[in-house]
Design a protein around this ligand. Structure first.
Ligand SMILES: Nc1ncnc2c1ncn2[C@@H]1O[C@H](COP(=O)(O)OP(=O)(O)O)[C@@H](O)[C@H]1O
Ligand SMILES: [Mg+2]
Length: 311
């Protein structure tokens, strides 16, 4: 397995852990979605794959990339992991680039510094990558500064940079969330093409369950740091079994859906909210007394599991 997260628990001083017993896996050529409201722990999972952990965090469980445990590996292995095995793409491409350096320098410097490529080779490779992500005039883009190109073009540059070392695993953390719908659709199509061509494994993080269901093979739904449902995308979308998953689908209906929009009542929990039972119980339309008394165990449902007493 390319990525295997096993029982990952991360505590960082809050009244409850940021993540509790999270397990998920991404195979070669597989797109796995991670969905949940803001604060549910999505970015913490992605960052832990690069061992970027909160300061002073207490961590248990394992994070294996191609079988090697990221949480315990030595400095040389960790450098190699970050430089050439796993790449991360963030929401805001402008935060990844230095505004006063040319785009070409951004692309080539990384290859020279972390991969030890000679400068001329790095430059040739940068031009090749910019063409591969669908940018029409790579030589011009190389000379431009970040503020001279659009957000969508810049996200393509960031994707090109992520591919520079031929990683096996791509972590896309809300990589299309800041883009307008047309640019988002183009960027999704690009990610899909690149993923298929290179047989990349991808962890695709989004707060948009519809997008995840359309793009991913399997989707994990995260709530308050725990995976509450994990299913193949199509089944999750057509027959959600956890009330939170159903709630997420119900509050973002698609065009032409005659059902009224039903927002999930209440707000996502903070790290100060502690639970004896199901963390979603206070907001759940189907909650019964038992839900607040003990944590629901995952129950096997078609293609995966849902952690709910009422499944
Ligand atoms: N470095 C950190 N130290 C302490 N708490 C953190 C740190 N990073 C994230 N958190 C907290 O962990 C929770 C999950 O955050 P995050 O993983 O960023 O969620 P998401 O990406 O789903 O919005 C939030 O409550 C956040 O405030
Ligand atoms: Mg996040």
């Amino acid at each position: 397995m390319l990525l295997s997260v096993e029982g990952l628990t991360i505590e960082a001083g809050g009244r409850r852990p940021i993540l509790r017993e999270v397990s998920l896996a991404v195979g070669k050529g597989e797109i796995v979605g991670l969905v949940g409201e803001s604060g549910s722990g999505k970015s913490t999972i992605a960052r832990s794959v690069l061992r970027l952990l909160p300061n002073g965090a207490k961590v248990s469980g394992r994070v294996l990339v191609s079988g090697a445990d990221v949480l315990t590996m030595g400095p040389a292995a960790l450098r190699d992991l970050r430089a050439s095995q796993v790449s991360m793409i963030y929401q805001d491409p402008r935060s990844s680039l230095n505004p006063v350096r040319r785009i070409g320098d951004f692309l080539t410097e990384r290859m020279v510094l972390t991969l030890g490529r000679p400068k001329a080779k790095a430059r040739a490779r940068a031009l090749e990558l910019l063409a591969a992500v669908g940018l029409r005039d790579p030589a011009l883009i190389m000379r431009q500064y970040p503020h001279e190109v659009s957000g969508g073009m810049l996200q393509r540059v960031v994707i090109a940079a992520a591919l520079a070392a031929d990683p096996a695993l791509l972590l896309a953390d809300e990589a299309t969330s800041a883009l307008d719908v047309t640019t988002q659709a183009e960027t999704i199509a690009l990610l899909r093409r690149i993923q298929a061509e290179r047989e990349l494994g991808m962890l695709f993080i989004t707060h948009d369950l519809h997008l995840a269901a359309a793009f991913c093979d399997r989707v994990h739904v995260l709530y308050a740091g725990t995976v509450v449902e994990s299913r193949p995308a199509k089944e999750l979308f057509e027959d959600p079994r956890h009330p939170y998953t159903a709630g997420l689908l119900g509050c973002t209906p698609e065009l032409g859906d005659p059902r009224p929009i039903r927002p999930i009542p209440g707000r996502p929990p903070s790290l100060d909210d502690v639970f004896d039972g199901c963390p979603f119980a206070p907001r759940c339309p189907q909650a019964v007394d038992a839900c607040t008394e003990r944590l629901p165990e995952p129950v096997a449902v078609s293609g995966g599991f849902a952690a709910c007493l009422e499944v």
